[in-house]
Design a protein around this ligand. Structure first.
Ligand SMILES: C[C@@]1(CC(=O)O)c2cc3[nH]c(cc4nc(cc5[nH]c(cc(n2)[C@H]1CCC(=O)O)[C@@](C)(CC(=O)O)[C@@H]5CCC(=O)O)C(CC(=O)O)=C4CCC(=O)O)c(CCC(=O)O)c3CC(=O)O
Ligand SMILES: NC(=O)C1=CN([C@@H]2O[C@H](COP(=O)(O)OP(=O)(O)OC[C@H]3O[C@@H](n4cnc5c(N)ncnc54)[C@H](O)[C@@H]3O)[C@@H](O)[C@H]2O)C=CC1
Length: 230
């Protein structure tokens, strides 16, 4: 599809971000498998999840009973959107989803539409979490299954060992930011801190906690990168 065809179909050019939802009211309307997937993602980000639906999947019912989410056992009404930061229209009834979209618009609350993604304000990508490392893939609605497949491939390339990496990296980066004042050197050292060799080192938690030793180790690693570049 070329640019003209895209604009004729008015397909959105999505802007990718990571959104803070901790403690914010996020309303999921519907209780099927799509609502479950969206709720699970929201719970991982510690949102305050309100589900409105006459029925729930067994997993969602467990989450409700455990007090992880708030469930209203009924059909949605417009006041359900009051005070919401995000709304997910995930019922199996297109007419209800499009009414939710309209109500969200009136309140300027960003809405996700399960059966007609492009008409909503945002879509949800496939996600792989390795602690603070968050990898996402999206085909902008052209192929959710492709996004999911790519994430499965990334899960093999970036295995659970990366959970440890990001913790160490955050600490290392703080030290480098505090100790190295020259921005270009800082950048070089932080790039050296994420080579395969360096990551392997941080993973074994062998990184020098001593600031001076850490910086000198990063200088060695950086020199090796530059030598390899020739
Ligand atoms: C636009 C979007 C709106 C939104 O939901 O945000 C949307 C819309 C629709 N999905 C549909 C179908 C399927 N969706 C999945 C799976 C996922 N769908 C997700 C996101 C999105 N789906 C957004 C676009 C994201 C993007 O493209 O990058 C993922 C990535 C994230 C998540 O949902 O958490 C999650 C993978 C999670 C994972 O496994 O990692 C599968 C695969 C499966 O089930 O195995 C199928 C069946 C195969 C197929 O149809 O392709 C249909 C048709 C329904 C019908 O037939 O009636 C619509 C409606 C439409 O096309 O508008
Ligand atoms: N975005 C995505 O990733 C995908 C979207 N879809 C689309 O999303 C729709 C939902 O998919 P599923 O969750 O599999 O459907 P489902 O049929 O399992 O669940 C629908 C849920 O909506 C609830 N519901 C119906 N009317 C309601 C109302 N007025 N108020 C509140 N809740 C209401 C039902 O009780 C049920 O819990 C599908 O019809 C399909 O068009 C399907 C697959 C993936």
């Amino acid at each position: 599809m070329n640019a003209t065809e895209r604009s004729v179909r008015i397909l959105p050019d999505w802007y990718p971000i990571l959104l803070k939802v901790e403690g914010r009211k996020c309303v999921v309307i519907g209780g099927g498998s799509v609502a479950q997937r969206k709720s699970e993602g929201l719970l991982k980000a510690k949102a305050s999840v309100f589900v409105i639906s006459p029925k729930l999947t067994p997993a969602m019912l467990e989450w409700a009973e455990a007090g992880l989410l708030h469930w209203e056992r009924r059909e949605a009404v417009e006041t359900d959107l009051d005070g919401a930061s995000l709304v997910f229209a995930a019922t199996d009834r297109p007419i209800i989803n499009s009414w939710i979209s309209e109500e969200a618009g009136k309140r300027a609350v960003p809405v996700n539409i399960a059966d007609d993604g492009e008409s909503g304000d945002f879509i949800v990508p496939a996600v792989l979490r390795r602690d603070e490392l968050v990898l996402t893939a999206s085909a902008s609605g052209a192929g959710p299954a492709l996004a999911a497949r790519i994430i499965q491939e990334l899960a093999e390339r970036y295995g659970p060992e990366y959970n440890e990496n990001v913790q160490a990296l955050r600490a290392i980066r703080l030290i480098v930011k505090a100790e190295v004042s020259d921005p270009s050197e800082r950048r070089e050292l932080l790039q050296a801190a994420v080579t395969d060799e360096a990551l392997e080192e941080w993973r074994s938690l062998a990184w020098p906690q001593d600031k001076v030793k850490l910086i000198s180790r990063l200088r060695e690693l950086s020199k090796r990168v530059n030598d390899r570049k020739g």
